[in-house]
Design a protein around this ligand. Structure first.
Ligand SMILES: [Ca+2]
Ligand SMILES: [Ca+2]
Length: 246
């Protein structure tokens, strides 16, 4: 689920999860499951992405495409689904491509809580589903002095990302969200229940999607969250990160 990660983590790229970061997230519905999925792909990290006093550094955003209809713009705490390619500004070489990871599924992550490098948290605010942006992120909002060796990002590297946002959904899981998905109230989420929920969420934004997208998400959700493999996501499995939210 990740995005360019920060120094210290060993998974794929940009997304970095800060313990407790989710604490501030709003209650949400189905996004919860997706959220869990995202979490499962992330690694807690020590955050090597502090700004180093370069307060003047800003993210430069170029909007490449905006859909005519935009019902919901991304904001802090939303769960986003996006693809992005990352390049070094110095030589334009590509250091990251979400399409080559996780079987090509777009990444899910919560916006504005440090799951991705700071520059991406900034760059993806107020974005419409379907929108495309090209953003330039200074090192102070990316990997700073240290760089990020596993991704071959040198120290003090300015990064360029090309982002395509697919979906904006409400943030994280909650008891309410769980109950809403759990139609038969048996305290566990079946594949059908989650399927129904996803369907409704996707219908709400009115976008046409290939059915395989939906199916892939469903498979991912179970892969990441059904830890005991019984075909249901229990309340415990659903709230597996709850202790972080204290
Ligand atoms: Ca149920
Ligand atoms: Ca289970």
């Amino acid at each position: 689920m990740a995005v360019p990660r920060s120094p210290g983590s060993s998974l794929d790229m940009p997304v970095t999860l800060r313990p407790g970061a989710e604490a501030k997230m709003r209650l949400g519905v189905v996004a919860l499951c997706l959220f869990l999925q995202a979490l499962a792909l992330l690694t807690p990290q020590a955050c090597g992405q502090e700004t180093d006093g370069a307060a003047a550094d800003e993210v430069k955003t170029e909007v490449l495409y905006v859909p005519e209809q935009c019902q919901q713009k991304s904001k802090k705490g939303d769960l986003l689904n996006a693809h992005y390619d990352g390049y070094l500004a110095s030589d334009k070489s590509k250091f990251y491509c979400s399409r080559r990871q996780n079987d090509g599924h777009p990444k899910w992550f919560v916006l504005g809580v440090g799951q991705v490098i700071k520059g991406l948290d900034i760059a993806m605010m107020n974005m419409c589903p379907g929108e495309k942006r090209r953003v330039i992120i200074p090192p102070s909002l990316a990997y700073g002095h240290q760089g990020y060796e596993p991704a071959k990002i040198p120290p003090n590297a300015t990064l360029i990302f090309e982002i395509e946002l697919y979906a904006v959904t409400k943030g994280p899981r909650s008891v309410e969200a769980f109950s809403q998905i759990d139609l038969d109230s048996d305290k566990k989420l079946s594949r059908d229940e989650i399927n129904d929920y996803l369907k409704k969420e996707f219908e709400r934004d009115g976008k046409k999607r290939d059915p395989s997208v939906h199916e892939n998400i469903l498979v991912d959700i179970f892969k990441k969250n059904d830890h005991d493999g019984d075909g249901f996501i229990s309340a415990k499995e659903y709230n597996v990160y709850q202790h972080d939210e204290l």
